[in-house]
Design a protein around this ligand. Structure first.
Ligand code: ITT
Length: 195
């Protein structure tokens, strides 16, 4: 069974490809623009993105939208994470958090699926709670990984291997929910016909 991923983020593509392999799903990239509406809700963004991608491709497609939510910053940058990373970046976030004791944060991921044999779009999500570190640590991963320490760990996501991050991340939880749903419903949605 094959799914097509629409994303221009190589870090995201690497993680999702490894996850798909583990769940025996063939994941292919498809190079069409990912249209993103402006919204505070990752779910809304993912829903419209996948609907447009499906209209263009008529293939089984997924999009993944994610963001970092920092409690002290009233959940900023949230759905704006990609833009905030490109503008003020990690150093900008650390400046905003300078001297702040409450460093609680979480990552959220929403995966939206559309396919020829599906009635509408299916949505799956995952969250991982953690804290914002005092300084950037590690060189792995992408985006805000060097400043996010998941609860129950002492290292940042950027200090973990891809495999280790994929055992705890928001994206892994959302992908697991997607795979489980496909497996459980494969017969009624003819998932074997997804090519
Ligand atoms: P595509 O839309 O092309 O898939 P993108 O990077 O623009 O790529 P999003 O709109 O979903 O994707 O933005 C997510 C941003 O949130 C991402 O660019 C990072 O800055 C941040 N982010 C999300 N998940 C992350 C993770 O696992 N590790 C580090 N940063 C993450």
């Amino acid at each position: 069974m094959k799914l097509y991923l629409i994303s221009r983020n190589p870090g995201k593509i690497r993680e999702l490809s490894q996850l798909a392999k583990a769940y025996q799903i063939e994941l292919a990239s498809i190079d069409i623009p990912k249209v993103e509406i402006q919204s505070e809700s990752l779910t809304e963004i993912a829903l419209y993105s996948v609907a447009i991608a499906y209209i263009i491709t008529k293939k089984p497609v997924i999009v993944e939208d994610s963001g970092l939510y920092i409690k002290h910053l009233n959940m900023f940058p949230g759905a704006l994470s990609s833009y905030v990373y490109k503008t003020i970046g990690i150093s900008g976030i650390l400046k905003l958090m300078n001297g702040i004791k409450d460093r609680e944060a979480f990552f959220k991921s929403v995966i939206a699926l559309a396919a020829p044999t599906l009635n509408g779009v299916k949505l799956f999500s995952g969250e991982v709670k953690g804290v914002i570190s005092e300084e950037p640590r590690g060189f792995g991963g992408f985006g805000f990984d060097p400043i996010f320490i998941p609860n129950g760990h002492s290292r940042t996501f950027a200090e973990m291997s891809l495999e280790e991050k994929n055992t705890v991340s928001h994206r892994a939880l959302a992908f697991k929910a997607l795979s489980k749903w496909i497996l459980e419903n494969c017969e009624s949605i003819s998932c074997w016909s997804w090519m």
